[in-house]
Design a protein around this ligand. Structure first.
Ligand SMILES: CCCCCCC/C=C/C(=O)SCCNC(=O)CCNC(=O)[C@H](O)C(C)(C)COP(=O)(O)OP(=O)(O)OC[C@H]1O[C@@H](n2cnc3c(N)ncnc32)[C@H](O)[C@@H]1OP(=O)(O)O
Ligand SMILES: Cc1cc2nc3c(=O)[nH]c(=O)nc-3n(C[C@H](O)[C@H](O)[C@H](O)COP(=O)(O)OP(=O)(O)OC[C@H]3O[C@@H](n4cnc5c(N)ncnc54)[C@H](O)[C@@H]3O)c2cc1C
Length: 558
């Protein structure tokens, strides 16, 4: 859970080679990387810049006389800072640097760079490298810093699958300006399943513990109730169970789309890039935010013992919440999706709705009302309505400011909170729709029934959560919202008997969960006592601090 020093080797270094190195280059490098003869990371972010890639300061200047690139970090803010596995483990890195050829700045490009000697592992001359120090979590990963002092690499170390620099310095452009960002798109495509998995771990612990923990009464009786029987506890946990499933289904789809993109790009078709960038930008933001919230609720649902490290939920939280920042800070990525949504609105206004992609086609179709009692399809229409309403509102605000003479960037900034709201609603619609489609495809009728209950819980919870938007223009009435509330409580109770099976079906072993509270056998109390006894403070009955500090204080006459 704390991460692994080689995680980025698998998650980004190898995928960056696969997507960006030419076949010829990969004959040299990929096999060695796959066999772990060389260990690599993905070094892009700098001390001074992470979000704004156009301002990266590390330069790779082509020297035509030697056919080499000269890598240089001219000032302190240019140091690479944060890359996982960079500090101590990696001897190679895919380094993203601003490429300069014949004095022309050609923007961020990726280079394979050797950092350490393959035998001694010592850092090479011209390279400064080290670990950035302890973090909130992920402390088994050596996130690092890296500086270059006019460090030379061969021309052929520029990853050349999509763009090239010929020996004489001729630059061959890629088929899409942002094709070098593919390693990030890949991780973002995988994040929904990864985050769903973190959420699932925290929920497994909290749900299991909630069937062991007895406290208080619902009706006066002999035995106190399992806390999972409280409606408030169910409300805290069950919607997140639904989300963990929903995120996983959405993630399967984005992973499949990324694989499709890779194949299409190789045939020169880059049409999917903008769609997948927009989709994964929104999805990573919503999923990481909701996962962090869900894990924190799971911790609180375990009461005092949730706060103990014995629960292990705090560690899961620390790791998962990193996802709100890495692979694009959430607000920044929501604004990337917003660009796509505003463009779609502009297309509709220009009478070109026919050109809209399938995920945004709904923006052009107005719905007057819904009959929620007819089922999930009507909920989807309601989600479409609130997303469309907010997308148009935010877009109109931006376009009006533009028309009034504001500069584009200023108008954008003044509309940005509204724009991020639109992006979230659009993404939540996508999550609900993929959840619905995935449940429809389940073949086993018993499994389908319980997943359908979760889907119903999800759509009612989500609609209630975004109710202000739907009430704003009278799309939903207060009596419809009462219906949604009743449905929500109905499904909380309906899911209760299956709650433990739903979390057990994720099949986390005790070793994976590392939680005293979430043990499969339910023997929580005796193991909490054993865990406490093993605390380093309990190694001796009397601590040295007694002689050193407590006694002088207690014996003082002052
Ligand atoms: C086991 C667990 C392990 C955990 C591993 C954790 C590993 C973490 C790794 C990392 O964090 S790696 C570093 C990640 N860094 C980022 O994500 C940086 C975020 N910033 C960006 O991605 C970009 O700077 C930006 C915000 C997308 C802007 O890029 P840029 O300045 O180059 O764009 P503009 O010139 O403004 O143009 C925007 C234009 O480009 C389109 N676009 C941007 N990216 C893509 C893309 N990937 N694919 C397709 N299109 C892209 C964007 O849609 C705009 O299009 P238009 O609206 O102008 O049409
Ligand atoms: C655990 C972890 C692992 C990482 N691993 C790697 C790795 O392997 N390789 C690598 O290269 N990097 C890695 N990173 C770095 C990571 O990708 C960046 O930290 C991330 O992209 C955010 O960039 P930043 O730090 O520049 O944030 P900043 O951009 O400085 O964000 C600060 C604030 O400014 C706001 N902001 C910034 N720009 C805008 C804008 N245009 N509009 C509105 N608001 C804006 C943000 O929303 C945020 O609130 C890792 C980071 C973490 C935490």
């Amino acid at each position: 859970m704390e991460g692994h020093p080689l995680a980025l080797h698998d998650v980004m270094f190898i995928p960056a080679l696969v997507a960006q190195a030419s076949d010829e280059q990969n004959k040299k490098w990929l096999r060695r990387a796959q066999r772990r003869e060389i260990v690599g990371c993905y070094a892009q972010t700098e001390l001074g810049h992470g979000s704004n890639l156009r301002k990266l300061e590390t330069t790779a200047t082509y020297d035509v006389s030697t056919q080499e690139f000269v890598l240089h970090t001219p000032q302190i803010t240019s140091l690479k800072w944060w890359p996982g596995g960079l500090g101590k483990s990696s001897n190679y890195a895919v380094v993203v640097a601003n490429m300069i050829v014949k004095e022309k700045h050609l923007g961020p490009h990726s280079f394979l760079v050797q950092l350490r000697d393959e035998i001694t592992h010592q850092s090479l001359k011209g390279i400064t490298v080290g670990d950035i120090g302890p973090k909130l979590s992920f402390n088994a990963i050596d996130n690092g810093f890296l500086g270059f002092d006019n460090y030379r690499i061969p021309r052929t170390n520029l990853l050349m699958r999509h763009s090239r620099v010929e020996p004489d310095g001729t630059y061959v452009k890629p088929p899409h300006a942002k094709i070098n960002y593919s390693a990030m798109v890949r991780v973002r495509s995988h994040m929904a399943t990864g985050q769903g998995n973190f959420l699932a771990q925290a929920l497994t612990i909290a749900v299991r513990y909630s069937t062991v923990r007895r406290q208080g009464f619902i009706e006066s009786g002999e035995q106190e109730v399992k806390v999972l029987d409280y409606q408030t506890q169910q409300h805290r946990l069950f919607p997140s169970i639904a989300k963990a499933y929903a995120f996983t289904f959405a993630g399967y789809e984005t992973i499949r789309l990324y694989e499709q993109l890779l194949k299409e790009v190789d045939t020169g078709n880059v049409s999917l890039m903008a769609d997948l960038h927009a989709l994964t930008s929104g999805l990573k933001s919503v999923v990481t935010h909701q996962t962090a919230q869900g894990i924190e609720q799971a911790r609180m649902a375990c009461g005092g013992h949730g706060y103990s490290q014995a629960s292990y939920i705090s560690e899961i939280f620390g790791v998962a919440v990193g996802g709100c920042t890495y692979e694009g800070e959430n607000m920044v990525m929501l604004l990337q999706l917003a660009r796509y949504l505003v463009k779609s609105v502009e297309q509709i206004k220009a009478g070109e709705s026919g050109k809209l992609g399938p995920l945004v086609a709904y923006l052009a179709v107005k719905v007057d009302g819904v009959d929620l009692e007819k089922g999930v399809e009507e909920y989807m229409k309601a989600f479409q309505h609130v997303s469309r309403l907010q997308t148009w509102k935010a877009s109109e605000k931006f376009l009006k400011l533009l028309k009034s003479g504001e500069k584009r960037e200023v108008a954008w900034n003044k509309s940005s909170v509204e724009l991020t709201r639109a992006s979230r609603l659009h993404t939540r619609l996508y999550i609900a729709e993929t959840f619905k489609r995935s449940v429809q495809e389940v073949a086993d009728p018993r499994l389908k029934e319980v997943l359908t209950d979760l889907l119903h819980l999800h759509v009612n919870y989500e609609l209630l959560d975004m109710a202000t938007y739907a009430l704003e223009d009278g799309f939903l009435s207060s009596s419809q919202l009462d219906y949604v509330r009743d449905q929500l409580y109905f499904y909380l109770a309906k899911i209760r008997p299956n709650a433990v099976s739903l979390v057990d079906s994720w099949e986390f072993s005790d070793m994976q969960l590392r939680s005293v509270l979430g043990r499969r056998d339910g023997n929580v109390y005796e193991n909490l006592v054993a865990w406490a006894k093993a605390s380093p403070l309990n190694k001796t009955d009397v601590l040295p601090s007694v002689e050193k500090y407590l006694k002088p204080m207690m014996n003082s006459k002052l």
